[in-house]
Design a protein around this ligand. Structure first.
Ligand code: ZN
Length: 93
C-alpha cells in the first residue's frame, strides 16, 4: 500500500476541481491561468487538466487533490465560511 504524500491533519484530502471560464477569444490566457494554478499546486497534488467548449465559452478544468476546507488560491482556512468568497484573496468558492 502506498501512503499519501501530503497528509496533514487527518487525511482530509479530496479530489477537487477548479474551473476557469472565459469567452472564446482567450484560450491562451485561460490556459495560462490554469497552468499558474496547477503550478502552485505542485506535481504531487495535480491530477489532470481538461478543457472543453460550451457555446461561445472556453472552459478549462484543473483536477487536483486538496483540502476542501481551505482556499485553493491562498490556502486560507475556510471552515465555517458561508459567504461563498474567500475573505483573504476574494476567490469565489
Ligand atoms: Zn483565498
Amino acid at each position: 500500500m502506498r501512503q499519501a504524500g501530503s497528509c496533514r491533519g487527518g487525511c482530509a484530502m479530496r479530489v477537487l476541481s477548479r474551473k476557469f471560464q472565459a469567452t472564446f477569444k482567450s484560450w491562451e490566457s485561460l490556459f495560462r491561468e490554469a497552468a499558474d494554478f496547477a503550478t502552485g499546486l505542485g506535481p504531487e497534488r495535480l491530477i489532470s487538466i481538461s478543457h472543453s467548449a460550451e457555446h461561445s465559452e472556453g472552459i478549462v478544468v484543473v483536477w487536483y487533490w486538496g483540502d476542501p476546507s481551505t482556499c485553493p488560491e491562498c490556502q486560507y482556512d475556510l471552515t465555517g465560511n458561508a459567504s461563498g468568497r474567500c475573505p483573504e484573496c476574494g476567490l469565489k468558492i
